[in-house]
Design a protein around this ligand. Sequence first.
Ligand SMILES: Nc1ncnc2[nH]cnc12
Ligand SMILES: [Zn+2]
Length: 351
Amino acid sequence: MTAPADLIDRIPADHLPALLAAMPKAELHMHIEGSLEPEMIFALAARNGVALPYASVDALRRAYAFTDLQSFLDIYYQGASVLLHEQDFYDTAQAYLARAATDNVVHAEIFFDPQTHTARGVPMGTVIRGLSRACAEAPQKHGLSATLILCFLRHLSEREAFETLETALPFREHFIGVGLDSSEVGHPPEKFARVFARCRELGFRIVAHAGEEGPPDYIWQALDVLKAERIDHGVQAVHDAVLMRRLGAGRVPLTVCPLSNQKLRVFPDLADHNLKALLDAGLCATVNADDPAYFGGYVNDNLRAVAAATGLTARHAYQLAANSFEASFADAAAKARWREQLDACFERFNR
Ligand SMILES: Nc1ncnc2[nH]cnc12
Ligand SMILES: [Zn+2]
């Protein structure tokens, strides 16, 4: 069943914030290291005896004044340095999953950056076991399903990516796919062509950050060279009409992160964000939090803010939730179940 358009259009506009919060949704673009709230960074630093270059939680929060992606990444990698033990990774994922459930997230595909940790001497197994245990418990504990996607850091070399893949393979049943993140400009997807070819041979799902700050050409490379099934961000696609047609015709999902784009000055004024244009062009765009602890909000905060700033309607809301299910790597039965929950939610708001 699909909620009929006229039913959706009868939902009063002032119900939209509540509808956005209540509707079931999948979150497909969030970095677990980016869910470390300042309080948790300080608590883990104390637990593990890690020295931080900030005197207090407030001082750390005051440092979150980013000018671009790199200015954020420098602080983000520093924050992740408090994660040392399997329990730290478990606690971090568990805190995110509990929070996501309150936003009516029914399914999460979670990025992790192993190189951030292995470079500090943390074993790969420590990272993956901790995160994976929290994901495995999520259905019972929080009523949502959760899986992991391993991301390669694109500012590092192809060789280091291959080494990371090798080190992670003994744990391959714990992650469903691979992605590409970190400093985009100057590190095009084609730098990792051979790594991703190997990952495809191994049967991993493929995603890549592209077109966050980088040009549309990076999105083409992610699609044609890496064979990415989803593009993370992708908002620069609007500058290439041929690419827009390709993304629309192929229903290639874009995992868009509005508050991230605002805070990293991709769209300094959220009113200028192009999410609505992407949706109205028929693209499979979704809304996600990226790094919620750093950018001022979780997925519902993103939905609420971008809807208010750009004038989204109930129909856009329905499309965003439906797109998030379509774009997920879950099986068809789960997708059909979530779609029914979505329709039931919209029907409740119509009464
Ligand atoms: N927005 C972002 N872009 C690239 N790499 C990231 N790692 C964490 N957040 C990221
Ligand atoms: Zn991201």
